[in-house]
Design a protein around this ligand. Structure first.
Ligand code: 2PG
Ligand code: MG
Length: 391
């Protein structure tokens, strides 16, 4: 592939904050990718930008010698290795992700393929016997928000960051429809009027009252209940500091509390039930539902391997910009599949209209995609998956 030009610029994300957009130009067109930004970031994520911040990463791309990149001979996915050797920690995770994704989009087009297809989507998703059938992926949608993502309504927001619905549709398109109806029904029951960073309803209600409402919806629609506890966001000095209602739980009490909730509310999915260093605590949650690592694992193959060794999780969030390298993103998905761990490709709370994660989810063969329910930036990803499903 011959690259004609590489560029970068700042664009605004859904929180109105600047993020990077990287553009690669070839004879087949211009290929762009913008990176999202997290608010409840994991301690073990790579830095979004190199030391000089967003502007210095933008400068890096503007000064990058295109001939040098062409000299690497980038023709296939694995050639990203050569790119990574060259940029070697000179840019942050947001920039590396956006650059690699744009290169792959260009490569896919050169090969007359869509990105998900170029990444081996169909082959990996279908056994021979299933050939021609639709792929199976479910959407994880944020319905009601608390924690760091919801600072608008009142001091008394729920401590858990995300109350999620995971629809049981026959197709992805049907899952999206069911989740949307569940979202509307939850609003009525909540009497909510304001949305948070991710388009989820804000409320001043307590965690368990919210779970009662989720259960009401589940009685009427084909949805499972999920939670992103985001344990690290309210953990300090050995305690989980709940505000609504106010209480302090130590590690064992937290484990028991989450286990009780799983049982009482028949919860299907719990993300970051404990803080990001507590591999053993995750294991303590048992495996009666999906026990998912996000801040715990930060899309990092080494942390995933540790989680597998101690049997901490059976589900993992995959956020490309937590690690930057798409080679490592694929490694995480592949290791997980071999270990029987479900993969959940995920958006960040600050997003752009970019829909790359939809192609990555299908291309790498993820089991779920977590990308909200409401709002342009969230719907862009859902629409793209439906387009792939129906295409
Ligand atoms: C999470 C994410 C996305 P953030 O914790 O799962 O919902 O939040 O992007 O703020 O890290
Ligand atoms: Mg999370």
């Amino acid at each position: 592939m011959i690259i004609k030009k590489i560029g970068a610029k700042a664009v605004k994300n859904s929180r109105g904050k600047k993020t990077i957009c990287v553009i690669v130009k070839t004879s087949c067109g211009r290929f762009r990718t913008s990176a999202p930004s997290g608010k409840s970031k994991g301690k073990y994520e790579v830095k979004s930008y190199a030391r000089g911040g967003l502007n210095s990463d933008i400068k890096f791309f503007r000064k990058l010698d295109v001939e040098k990149i062409n000299g690497l001979g980038i023709e296939k996915f694995e050639d990203l290795k050569k790119v990574e050797r060259l940029v070697n920690e000179k840019i942050g995770g947001n920039s590396l992700f956006a650059f690699e994704a744009s290169l792959l989009k260009a490569l896919a087009r050169e090969n007359g393929k869509e990105l998900w297809e170029f990444l081996g989507g169909r082959k990996r998703l279908f056994s021979k016997k299933d050939a021609g059938k639709k792929f199976r992926m479910r959407s994880v949608g944020n319905v009601i928000g608390g924690g760091l993502h919801s600072e608008g309504v009142s001091e008394n927001r729920p401590d858990f960051q995300e109350f999620l619905f995971i629809a049981r549709g026959k197709s992805f398109a049907e899952c999206v429809k069911i989740n949307r109806n569940a979202y509307k029904m939850a609003r009525k029951l909540l009497k909510a009027y304001q949305r948070n960073d991710e388009g989820a309803w804000e409320t001043g209600l307590e965690n368990e009252t919210v779970l009662d409402i989720m259960s009401e919806v589940r009685k009427k629609l084909r949805v499972d209940i999920g939670l992103d506890v985001a344990g690290s966001s309210f953990y300090k000095n050995g305690f989980y500091n709940y505000k609504n209602p106010s209480t302090k739980l130590n590690k064992n009490e937290q484990i028991n509390y989450i286990k009780e909730l799983i049982k009482d509310y028949k919860i299907f999915y719990v993300e970051d039930g404990l803080e990001e260093n507590d591999f053993a605590g995750f294991r303590g949650l048992g495996k009666s539902c999906l026990i998912v690592g996000d801040d715990l694992t930060t899309t990092n193959p080494s942390r995933l391997k540790k989680a597998i060794r101690v049997r901490a999780i059976n589900g993992i969030i995959v956020k490309p910009n937590q690690i930057g390298s798409l080679l490592k993103v694929k490694e995480v998905v592949d290791i997980s599949r071999r270990a029987g761990i479900k993969t959940i490709m995920s958006h960040r709370s600050g997003e752009t209209k970019d829909n790359t994660i939809a192609d990555l989810a299908v291309g790498f063969g993820c089991d779920f995609i977590k990308t909200g329910i409401y709002g342009r930036v969230r719907e862009a990803k859902l629409k793209r998956v439906i387009e792939i499903e129906e295409g």
